[in-house]
Design a protein around this ligand. Structure first.
Ligand code: NAP
Length: 273
């Protein structure tokens, strides 16, 4: 066939080459917010995207032959095993799925503490453990964990959420050292406050369902929440696009710093530590 048609052979080789070089990213939590924006951004850059959602029927990403939508709950080991089996080779994992919480320590049931850590921290570890055998076999890979700018600065009522994200920073920094010799990079992208995503609404609903702030903290909590809203209203916020671009940089730029702030407010905070 080589001898019969040089042009045809050239076309086939070039197609195979483009398939071979097309990178695959697996992103968690793509129903809304940063996850959905990041999936759309990677698709626009020509990547193959595995967009995962707890409920795939909630997908609002436009259809694309490079897009695969799969169900994934990062707190469920069977769900993780299924997604890894269905994904094939993964070049980049983006651990984006996360839940918020704001309340005093006294106003936070231990069950809620466990839920926050199950998703924001243990879910990240479980996903890393799931993709690492494949990345080791490839001798290459990038893991990007979505942290939070709250780890740059302590704020009242965020103790549990901030601790769940500080743990992600700490484990990522250590993992980066042990994985680098295997050709695998680990980075953390730290978004600032993003009122445009569902994050705040979901957290507020959880707080209300849990009975709100304890009476002893009510006045203080109201003021602290008002301060957060004031900061957002004054324009110092993070847009979904900021986070998508930062994650893409972490995936594609070997010189990307270990901890990369995303959004005007996050960048400002990172310069003050
Ligand atoms: N927005 C902010 O101000 C802000 C600031 C700093 C950092 N972050 C971090 O950025 C990440 C994305 O937040 P966002 O602002 O885009 O919030 P979002 O709009 O609420 O999106 C969160 C995503 O995580 C998914 N998720 C929650 N629990 C999950 C689980 N157990 N398994 C799989 N997916 C799960 C949600 O899916 P469902 O639709 O199924 O609930 C949703 O797709 C989070 O890690 C968050 O902590 C957010």
């Amino acid at each position: 066939m080589l001898a019969r048609s040089g042009a045809r052979t050239y076309r086939r080789v070039s197609l195979e080459t483009s398939t071979l070089t097309m990178k695959t990213v697996l992103i968690t939590g793509c129903s809304t917010g940063f996850g959905r924006a990041t999936a759309a951004y990677f698709l626009a850059q020509g990547w193959r995207v595995i967009a995962t959602l707890r409920d795939p029927s909630a997908n609002t990403l436009a259809p694309c032959d490079r897009l695969q939508v799969l169900p994934l709950d990062v707190t469920n080991p069977d769900s993780i095993a299924s997604v890894i089996e269905a994904s094939g080779a993964v070049d980049v994992l983006v651990n984006n799925a996360g839940i918020g919480w704001a309340n005093a320590i006294e106003g936070t049931p231990l069950e809620r503490v466990r839920q926050v850590f199950e998703t924001n921290t243990f879910g990240v570890v479980a996903m890393m453990q799931a993709v690492l055998p494949g990345m080791r076999a490839q001798g290459a890979g990038v893991i990007i964990n979505v942290g939070s700018s709250t780890t740059y600065r302590p704020l009242p009522l965020l103790s549990i959420y901030r601790a769940s994200k500080a743990a992600v920073n700490a484990l990522s920094e250590c993992a980066a050292l042990e994985l680098e010799p295997l050709g695998i990079r680990v980075r953390v992208v730290l978004p600032g406050q993003a009122p445009g995503t569902e994050f705040g609404n979901t957290a507020r609903a959880e707080i209300a369902a849990g009975g709100g702030f304890p009476a002893a903290y009510a006045g203080f909590a109201e003021q602290a929440m008002a301060n957060l809203r004031k900061q957002a209203a004054s324009g110092g916020v993070t847009e979904e696009q900021d986070v998508a671009e930062a994650i893409f940089r972490a995936a594609s730029d070997r010189e990307c710093p270990m901890m990369l702030p995303a959004g005007a407010d996050a960048v400002a905070w990172s310069l003050q530590v």
